[in-house]
Write a protein that binds this ligand. Structure first.
Ligand SMILES: NC(=O)C1=CN([C@@H]2O[C@H](COP(=O)(O)OP(=O)(O)OC[C@H]3O[C@@H](n4cnc5c(N)ncnc54)[C@H](OP(=O)(O)O)[C@@H]3O)[C@@H](O)[C@H]2O)C=CC1
Ligand SMILES: CC(C)(CO)C(=O)C(=O)O
Length: 342
């Protein structure tokens, strides 16, 4: 049975949670953002402004959306959208388990391939769905969130037509019976989060540099070998198959730019979520991305020197706590040649 007016609680409202929750509220859904005090204060002061690269501009006043810093708000949830970073999945899972009714459906809108499984084991006997958010959201300040990469949300198919609850003007949501392969396709894209953060550049500027693209291609091909060896068949989140992407990335810049613009629209200001983590001196999701490739490679007896090097450099940048390190692709190639993993 579809509840026609479910109370949707966004657990961990940051960039993705405020954008998705805001668009749902703008279309009349009953939404509460469970947020940290700094984000709750910002939205209470400014409301939400949601924009995108196609000129969308949606205003949500502070009284048109619930805002709370108290996890007890989950007691009234019919549906919970999990939008915390992967490092906080266990903690938010425990909070949901304590406060949300057993009947509440839980949907993970996170990157990585294991958050759905982690939530399922923390929340046994509940309807937990994995999801995939293809687009990037830039936090602009004063309650403004800008979607800077195109694409439709995909969630795991199941009873209750949950996709139709989340599909509102400005937000498409599809359901898939092969969500794991969809997530693996996005996972491969997300391996660039680290390179982008290490470069200190917006994604578009980083991808204009053929040396960054070659490094991304090598990293992608290395990861794909490990993923295929484990019998996984990732579904591409672009019109180009995951096996062809390294070839596309290695094209000369002029040709690449023409092919890429037909594949995916990206706003010049978009930066990956890992860039914001380093900028704001927060731990990154590297363990859920390159860390997974390195571990799977180790288990399968396949060397993963590029993913291991990138993980080491990100861990070092995290520890240094000095923001974006502004490295060059050559500096990373030198690390690869000199590092312990060579
Ligand atoms: N940003 C993007 O463009 C994209 C992000 N994603 C994925 O979506 C997920 C969310 O990313 P994003 O929105 O960028 O992350 P953000 O860091 O912007 O938002 C997560 C928010 O949750 C808060 N939080 C953590 N634990 C709790 C808690 N127990 N109670 C209340 N709030 C909590 C965090 O606060 P604090 O920082 O203080 O802990 C933070 O404000 C990640 O898996 C990311 O990889 C996917 C596609 C694009
Ligand atoms: C940029 C994007 C959409 C793809 O890497 C992303 O998922 C992120 O910023 O985490």
């Amino acid at each position: 049975m579809v509840n026609s007016d479910p109370h949707i609680v966004v657990a961990g409202a940051g960039s993705i949670g405020c954008f998705v929750g805001g668009l749902l509220a703008a279309s009349g859904r009953n939404v509460t953002l469970l947020a940290r005090p700094r984000i709750a204060a910002e939205i209470r002061a400014h409301g939400l402004t949601l924009t995108d690269l196609d000129g969308m501009a949606v205003r949500v006043s502070a009284d048109a959306i619930g805002i709370s810093t108290d996890p007890a708000i989950l007691a009234g949830a019919d549906m919970v959208l999990v939008t915390v970073k992967s490092r906080d999945t266990d903690a938010i899972g425990a909070v949901i388990n304590t406060h949300a009714p057993r009947s509440a459906q839980v949907i993970s809108l996170q990157n990585g391939v294991s958050n759905g499984t982690a939530l399922r084991s923390l929340l046994p006997a509940r309807d937990v769905r994995a999801g995939m958010v293809p687009f990037n959201v830039v936090p602009m300040g004063q309650g403004c969130y800008h979607r800077a990469v195109e694409g439709d949300i995909v969630i795991e198919a199941g009873p209750g037509a949950l996709g139709s609850v989340l599909a509102v003007p400005g937000l498409a949501c599809l359901e898939s019976r092969e969500i794991e392969n969809v997530q693996w396709g996005k996972f491969l894209m997300n391996l660039n989060n680290a390179l982008n953060a290490l470069s200190g550049l917006p994604i578009k500027a980083q991808l204009k540099d053929r040396e960054w693209r070659k490094l991304m291609a090598d990293q992608w091909a290395e990861a794909l070998r490990v993923i295929h060896r484990n019998g996984i068949r990732p579904v591409s989140s672009t019109p180009v198959s995951v096996s062809v992407i390294p070839w596309v990335l290695r094209l000369p810049t002029g040709v690449f730019t023409r092919v890429a613009s037909a594949m995916l629209k990206i706003d010049p200001q978009a930066r990956t979520s890992m860039s914001y983590d380093l900028m704001e001196r927060r731990p990154t999701e590297i363990a859920a991305l390159q860390g997974v490739v390195v571990e799977m490679g180790r288990m399968s007896g396949i060397a993963t020197p590029i993913n291991a090097m990138v993980m080491d450099v990100v861990n070092t940048a995290e520890l240094a706590g000095e923001g974006l390190p502004n490295l060059t692709p050559n500096a990373l190639r030198r690390e690869l040649a000199e590092g312990p993993q060579a």
